[in-house]
Ligand binder design. Sequence first.
Ligand code: PLP
Length: 407
Amino acid sequence: MSFLSPTALHTRTASRKEDITAHGARLFNVSPETFSNWRWQMKHQVQSAEECAGLLSLTGSEQEAFVALKEKFHAGITPYYVALMSAGDARCPVRVQALPVMEEQVDALGVADPLKEVTNSPVKEVVHVYEDRVAFCVAQLCPVYCRYCFRKRRDEEVGLHFNKTIVDAGIAYIASNSRIRDVLITGGDPLIANDATLENLLSRLRAIPHVEILRIGTRVPVTLPYRVTPELAKMLAKYHPIWVNTHFNCAEEITPEATAAVDTLLREGIPVGNQAVLLKGVNDTPERLKALVEGLVRIRARPYYIYQAQIVEGTGHLRVPVEKGLDLMRSLRGNTTGFAIPQYVLDTPFGKVPLSPNHVVGRQGDEVVVETNGGKLWGEPNPLGTYEPKRPLLDVPEERKPHVVRL
Ligand SMILES: *Cc1c(COP(=O)(O)O)cnc(C)c1O
């Protein structure tokens, strides 16, 4: 069962008039000006069951988990993101992403570092999997600690947030490797540093001649949209070409505030993409996924990836079978704007692998037979000629041959 019916969901995201700032200010008993100050938000991160009193009615599992998981996995939620939650319904997709639950203690499959990031880092915090690009994890802290985070193992570490020694060594590594043309700045959430710290990092990376593009991976437009000030966007734009990938997971997160944050970046010429994670109870129905991607194109954030959730310890209750993911991708094709459809990928220690629903049935002589999204088989004239394919298509199964439609 989804938390809202598709119709209710659509009405709510398309026409919600009251913004989260007004609602949150009332909830936290501060002025809207205070509530929309990003530093106030970071200082008032909700980190315990006691702090939820009067804001949310917690389930037993949520209450217990705040204490039981304290040493193992961080909990921390911006007041803004709390204000997005349903106070009474634990199935709320926003709650599911941020409130700890006792299920995190039982995950038979989960491992600490499924992407082997430690082995893949030649110097600390520079993950180098592809020859031409790196992920540079400069930040350790986040506005909201997502329960499904694939760097959840790192919650016990301290002192890594924009650590000078680590940042200096990372920059030196990137500068010394002329094949690196693309640097993905990530963490943690890099945008919770102040403008001067960020500018120092960006200017040093921009000074490296072979670094062509800079990208920032951040959830700030979703979890702390007030951080995206016009000043921040202007500063970022000094280091173009710069791209931002953010991380919306459900239509409920597409608020007027988040919309404004994305718009502020776009107005400075910064393209905004979205990397979602496929999560049980958050976006794993055709209606919810469609509402998310259509909401994203309405605010001009281009759906880029939807990730298969990694087998990270403590996240088993949120994972979805790949077959379900493929069915969901099939449900989008033909039913929404082509560029609203993200690529479904599985990340591995050897890089990302597309998980694509297969529409190619096979080859039948000079024809390639495909299955359309309505289920029709289409025979496309396409002689192979003298080409010797590396991966030959299968033959079309006998029982399907009579059903092929042609021009
Ligand atoms: C995801 C990722 C990248 C970027 O991959 P793209 O497919 O280019 O977006 C780079 N390095 C690492 C280690 C990554 O995990």
